[in-house]
Design a protein around this ligand. Structure first.
Ligand code: UDP
Length: 338
């Protein structure tokens, strides 16, 4: 039996595919390569290039590979983009998942793991934020994921599907073995931006807002290492295979770091004192977002291995250095063959 990973060539998805393959699972990927890279897949993992919402494609993949469970990563993930292009987010996140669920129901798939986000909470009344906190997204990104959560809940109740909604806090870092990492061109995520500055690929890091009601005035986030997150999904899969009930789980470590502290961690591990500039607030940003992790810790058999900001920063930096070397090789290769 096989696990279908949508978006498996992307940042988090590719860590998932490696984690599954490392554990000897049979895995198949559907990815439209809009932000993913086929080179991120381990050897021998079949890739079907196309949309997770392409019902004919996904139906044939499920039949051909005897898919037993779906882990659904495919989607758009950048908060500021979603402010500019809400309909794109409702299409790529909500409508695509509607089609994928339709296919899953048609094919009798009854285990589904969905990538959601802490952005569904909006500015929480209570920090750390528990799963039962009110959901008031501040961005179309958060709203598109919340709408999908609701749809998944209804579909699962009607069709006997078991699901886990995993609400990710701030995912960062890269595979400790350096096989995969965040390679999206024009990425907007803080640690990625900071490591790019550390290796001289950008002149400075802007701090979006220094007048928030936090100790140092910058926003606070709960960063989770992408490999720990992938292992949380493996634990989620075991939970569903063992007959666990459908549930929503926060995925974070339960500890917050400010934007300024995070930048300091990257400066520390890189030993580069790159420039930092204070800038206006970024629309759609939540002030403080830290997970209450009691539910995930009591539900899943999951022990984080990389719960340390400097380790996350170091792995992100190693990956960025590798990426920069390989991009250099590519340029040299292209020049040599011109
Ligand atoms: N941020 C920043 N400068 C950057 C990128 C991000 O100050 O170049 C801040 C951003 O405003 C937010 C935090 O870092 O307060 C985390 O943003 P990110 O985009 O990494 O993730 P999000 O929490 O929006 O999903």
């Amino acid at each position: 039996m096989t696990v279908l990973v949508t978006g498996g060539a992307g940042y988090i998805g590719s860590h998932m595919v490696h984690a599954l393959a490392d554990a000897g699972e049979s895995v198949v990927v559907v990815d439209n390569l809009s932000t993913g890279f086929s080179a991120f897949l381990p050897e021998g993992v079949p890739l079907f290039i196309g949309d997770a919402g392409d019902e004919n494609l996904v139906e044939s993949v499920i039949a051909r590979h005897r898919v037993e469970a779906i882990i659904h990563f495919a989607g758009s993930v950048v908060v500021p983009d979603s402010m500019r292009n809400p309909l794109g987010y409702y299409r790529n996140n909500t409508m695509t998942t509607r089609s994928l669920l339709n296919t899953a129901v048609k094919c009798g798939i009854n285990r589904f793991i969905f990538s959601s986000t802490a952005a569904v909470y909006g500015n929480p009344d209570q920090v750390p934020v528990p799963e039962h906190a009110p959901t008031r997204p501040l961005s179309p990104y958060g709203m598109s994921k919340l709408m999908t959560e609701i749809m998944l809940h209804d579909v699962a109740s009607a069709h006997g599907m078991s699901y886990l909604v995993l609400r990710y806090f701030n995912v960062a870092g890269a595979d400790p073995l350096g096989r995969v990492g965040l390679a999206t061109v024009g990425a907007t995520h803080l640690i990625k931006i900071a490591v790019e500055a550390a290796i001289g690929q950008r002149a400075k890091v802007d701090v979006f807002g220094t007048d928030y009601p936090t100790p140092d005035g910058s926003c606070i986030r709960d960063f989770i290492h992408v490999s720990d997150l992938a292992q949380a999904h493996r634990a989620a899969l075991s939970y569903l295979r063992n007959g666990g009930a459908s549930m929503t789980l926060n995925c974070g470590y339960g500890r917050g770091y400010s934007v300024l502290e995070t930048i300091e961690a990257v400066r520390r591990v890189s030993m580069r004192n790159f420039a930092v500039q204070y800038a206006p607030r970024r629309p759609g940003d939540i002030v403080t977002m830290v997970a209450d992790t009691s539910r995930i810790r009591s539900t899943l058999d999951w022990t984080p291995q990389y719960d340390d900001l400097d380790t996350i920063a170091a792995h992100a930096l190693n990956w960025e250095q590798k990426l920069s070397r390989e991009r250099g090789d590519l340029v040299q290769h292209a020049a040599a063959s011109a």
